[in-house]
Design a protein around this ligand. Sequence first.
Ligand SMILES: [Zn+2]
Length: 82
Amino acid sequence: MLKRCPVCRGRRLDDNTCGRCGADLFPLLEIERDADIACARAITALADNNHLLAKRCALAALCKRKTPFRQTLAAFLETLPT
Ligand SMILES: [Zn+2]
């Protein structure tokens, strides 16, 4: 979740537009949402023992937005056999 505007670093409210500089944050929020969905799919695939799908989804999430959790998840999944 974006906590600050990437353009002006102003605090972002629950709006698609920065209240400070007016930047349209919707595209970034969409990418972040897609990353969250990919991460959830990775975890579901892991629970189903589908390691290959889990790895692919985790990497997709990581490419969209890197977070410590996603990095750890992707690194863990790389240790599993496919
Ligand atoms: Zn801004």
